[in-house]
Write a new protein. Structure first.
Length: 299
């Protein structure tokens, strides 16, 4: 979804609904109301309202370098104009992506330590959502590593995550590959007209960002040496990541992953095959977002 060049302020107004949008905002021409429907570009407004009372109020000249306060989260978040940041906030919180199944949280409540790897962390929304749930496990220490290759996304991630995650969390500007060797070049395919879709290409030359593997993330940052929660949104790079060195998946309990097969054919099939080998089963699917749990740890 390509957002308008104008900016947005998200405010907490539970008493307002889509039907009660003030005329001054409609007069900007940025919204089109047809009966009870809003143009598809702003479908997120209809999705936000029933879930968390967020109403998008359009201001033509608002400076978008200021944080947006979202009381539901407890702190503010930074979002950029002319990107998919606001839409992503809607996906994660209004559409309730990255919600742990109850059986997973029940098992995790008995753990002393958990380690979460957010691969393709973007601006940090998924990590914030996961931490909001895991923070309720009062006897469990949770460690995080958030990896994002695209420099613009990573800059916003650095603003967003420190106020939500444990202080020892690691934020890494890198691209994940199967070997963790060399570098990763980031580019946006000309055929893909979408601000969030970037591809990562392994490279031996010092271009782009450094490469890191799932195995290295576990060795360097996990107290237990394993990745308990693996979240992956890598825009079609799944085939590269899971073509070798997948042993760490044996100890992974849950995987949140987005399937980009319709955009990048054959990118997801290898992951699905590897996941099955390690005993993972699909337990939830919302659109292209899937949740797999390891049957070795859950009935």
């Amino acid at each position: 979804m390509l957002l308008s060049a104008h900016s947005y302020i998200v405010t907490m107004r539970p008493e307002l609904t889509v039907k009660q949008l003030d005329h001054p905002f409609l007069s900007t021409g940025l919204l089109t109301v047809v009966g009870k429907k809003i143009s598809s570009e702003f479908e997120f407004i209809r999705r936000f309202s029933p879930h968390i009372g967020l109403l998008s109020t359009l201001k033509a000249k608002h400076r978008f370098d200021q944080p947006i306060t979202v009381p539901l989260l407890g702190h503010s978040v930074f979002l950029r104009e002319q990107t998919d940041d606001l839409w992503m906030l809607g996906e994660v919180f209004a559409d309730d992506l990255y919600r742990f199944p109850d059986q997973v949280l029940q098992v995790f409540a008995g753990y002393k330590d958990l380690f979460v790897a957010d691969i393709g962390a973007n601006i940090g929304m998924a990590s914030i959502k996961m931490q909001a749930q895991l923070a309720q496990l009062y006897n469990t220490q949770v460690g995080y590593v958030a990896v994002e290759p695209e420099p613009g996304n990573f800059a916003v991630l650095q603003k967003n995550l420190p106020q939500y995650l444990p202080t020892d969390s690691k934020l890494i500007n890198a691209g994940v590959t199967s070997t963790g060797e060399g570098f990763v070049s980031i580019f946006q395919p000309q055929t893909i007209k979408h601000t969030a879709w970037f591809q990562a290409s392994p490279s031996v030359e010092n271009t782009g960002v450094k490469a890191v593997s799932i195995d290295q993330l576990a060795q360097l940052y996990s107290v237990t040496g394993c990745i308990d929660v693996l979240k992956i949104d890598v825009e079609g790079a799944e085939a590269e990541i899971f073509q070798r060195n997948t042993d760490r998946l044996a100890e992974t309990k849950i995987i949140f992953i987005e399937d980009h097969e319709t955009i990048y054919p054959n990118s997801f099939a290898l992951f699905a095959e590897v996941a099955e080998q390690y005993g993972f089963k699909l337990v939830s699917q919302k659109g292209s977002n899937r949740i797999y749990i390891n049957s070795r740890f859950f009935n």
